[in-house]
Design a protein around this ligand. Structure first.
Ligand code: SF4
Length: 600
């Protein structure tokens, strides 16, 4: 039996080309230095996927990794990390997924799963209590996410407890921002991992496990979980999330003038009150949904559709409403919900999709592309039907949809307007316009996977401190937020828990789960080590300060209206501040002393 608790001690490894599946021990010495999920994923990818690997080749790998709290009774202990080289950005990438799939993998006997090679024909992987089998999936190829889940579950005997992660047609057609969807509405969302899985001809990974997860201190863990559950349920933020979902943020972000609007040409959406949290609850929400072991239930079930036909789904969440809504000038629930359904069912990221359509709308409005390029579609800001049709074209890679499925950067270059592509390192932005929330400028510029809003969620503390428009202290805030997010991502809990959980408390939970001594400083050092390792992966690809950048629009064009009117981003000063705190040189390269200090 494994000497450390909280983990299974076993990693599954599947080679699709050879058609083999086996397991290997998780090197236990890595647990203290890389914690789990995101940290271990970075380490495996750094060691096993080289700089010259084409992300869509058989040489790329999908490294799924749980954390030591994953699947325990601790509230929100459901996040599993996936590390891979991104076909969207060409860089290191990671993606986290909630729901039930990660815990189920642990119940089936594995902390992680490494998928390598490529199958000659479509297959799916069936993991059942430690046994693994690759099976033909030609009958599933071409099916949408819900169709795949239904057909595969039936094929496996109909057990509702089987957890399925799969790709839709977008992944099969190598849409560069295709997702892997686990439990239909939970996604490994950003960076195009669905295309990596599609290139490997792996349609789905079905998992069922009945094992237990032993912890070192069950009594302490139980008390910890009960306190956490109670504190979280009573916290005002959790209450807001339970009532309005993540869309509780839209009204505040709009009022503060940094809501992505019409391809980030504006930061205030005048029609924002039609799509904010309270209006959503009143107009379309019909129920709540939650991940494994979470009382917050920030998922919302909604019904709308109107002219597009009745749609019932889980979502849309804030980032989707911002990117396919305000960023395309659309404030019509029927169009937003239909847009969400298309992305969810075909399996591609709503955020990059919204950014790509907004780019096309701006280009159309400026005459850079015309009806000849769009197949006659009047692709104008504010048109719900145009938004929906453009997404259908992306889903099927038809006409201009084929260009937009290559990502915002590639599409903007193809249109001859690279300056209008709102991305960093090829990744589309979250809803937060960094001109109106300066800390997010660093988050977007520094994230190793491109403009990823969850890399460091500075917006919360910035709003609380009423400092959204200041650059003072943003280097330190960035570093602190990166560390706390990295710890949550690695230990295996949802980042929302950070509203009630300190790093010290997480260190205590790590010890109670694993039996390994861990303190606050130990977790912070591990987070710094992980962030440096992710940085090193990209440095190996040739990235440096020149790539820690933002579109000229954010740097030079002042916001035209709203609370942040007149604001631009002074990125270089904030980068200097952050690099110095991290012990990196002026080019953003970690110094030799820093790497030695971190044992890298
Ligand atoms: S807060 Fe929301 S996303 Fe996080 S675990 Fe709970 S339900 Fe899932």
């Amino acid at each position: 039996m494994n000497s450390i608790t909280g983990i299974t001690g076993s990693i599954a490894r599947v080679h699709l080309g050879a058609g083999t599946a086996g397991s290997e021990p998780l090197p236990l010495d890595r647990l203290g230095t890389f914690i789990g999920g995101r940290g271990l994923g970075a380490q495996y990818l750094f060691n096993e996927v080289g700089a010259d690997t084409d992300p869509l080749s058989a040489g790329n790998k999908l490294v799924f990794m749980n954390g030591p709290l994953g699947g325990t009774l601790v509230t929100g202990s459901n996040k599993i990390n996936l590390a891979f080289k991104s076909p969207l950005t060409g860089t290191y990438s990671y993606s986290l997924c909630g729901g039930h799939w990660g815990p189920e993998l642990k119940f089936a006997g594995f902390d992680g799963l490494i998928v390598e090679g490529a199958a000659p024909a479509p297959v799916y992987l069936w993991i059942n209590d430690g046994r693994m089998e690759l099976r033909p999936a030609a009958n599933l190829w071409g099916k949408t996410i819900p169709e795949t889940e239904k057909a595969l579950r039936a094929e496996l005997g109909g057990d509702e407890r089987i957890q399925i992660a799969c790709i839709g047609p977008a992944g099969e057609m190598l849409n560069r921002y295709a997702c892997i969807t686990a439990g239909w509405y939970r996604e490994f969302g950003r960076g195009g991992c669905g295309a990596v899985m599609g290139a490997k001809k792996l349609k789905a990974i079905a998992v069922r496990g009945t094992g237990d997860i032993r912890v070192h201190d069950p009594k302490g863990m139980m008390e910890f979980a009960e306190t956490l559950y109670r504190d979280l349920k009573a916290h005002p933020k959790a209450k807001e999330r339970r009532t309005y979902g993540t869309n509780e943020m839209l009204r505040t972000v709009n009022d503060l003038g940094y809501l992505c609007t019409r391809n980030f040409t504006e930061g205030y959406f005048p029609e924002g009150t039609r799509i904010d949290g309270p209006r959503m609850r009143e107009d379309i929400v019909v129920g709540d949904a939650s991940c494994y072991a979470c009382p917050v239930a920030c998922g919302k079930r909604s019904r709308a559709g109107g002219a597009f036909g009745s749609v019932l789904l889980e979502g849309p969440e804030f980032e989707t409403i911002g990117l396919v809504g305000a960023n395309c000038g659309v404030s019509d629930w029927d169009a937003i919900v239909k847009a969400t359904q298309i992305c969810d069912e075909y399996g591609f990221d709503t955020m990059n999709a919204g950014g790509a359509v907004a780019l096309a709308m701006e280009c159309f409005g400026k005459g850079i592309i015309t009806a000849k390029d769009t197949g006659g579609l009047e692709l104008r800001f504010g048109s719900g039907p145009a938004l929906v049709e453009a997404l259908r074209m992306i889903a099927g890679r038809r006409g201009i949809g084929d260009i937009l499925a290559e990502g915002i950067k590639a599409a903007a270059e193809r249109f001859g307007a690279p300056e209008l592509g709102m991305h960093s390192k090829g990744q589309g932005f979250g809803v937060y316009d960094p001109r109106g929330c300066k800390g997010m400028a660093l988050t977007y510029a520094l994230s190793p996977k491109g403009a990823h809003h969850m890399y460091a969620t500075t917006m919360g503390p910035e709003m609380a401190a009423k400092s959204t428009l200041s650059i003072e202290g943003k280097g330190k805030l960035q570093r602190d937020q990166q560390f706390s997010m990295c710890i949550a991502d690695s230990i295996g809990v949802c980042s929302t828990l950070r509203v009630v959980l300190s790093v010290k408390a997480l260190a205590g939970a790590f010890t109670m789960a694993t039996g390994r001594p861990m303190d606050e400083q130990g977790l912070l050092t591990a987070a710094e080590r992980i962030i440096n390792l992710e940085r090193l992966y990209n440095i190996r690809l040739g990235l440096s300060r020149k790539d820690d950048t933002l579109p000229e629009r954010f740097l030079r064009e002042p916001l035209p209206d709203g609370h942040a009117k007149g604001s631009t981003v002074d990125l270089e000063s904030m980068l200097d501040d952050y690099y110095a705190l991290m012990g990196w040189d002026l080019d953003g390269i970690p110094t030799r002393e820093k790497l030695l200090e971190l044992g890298l």
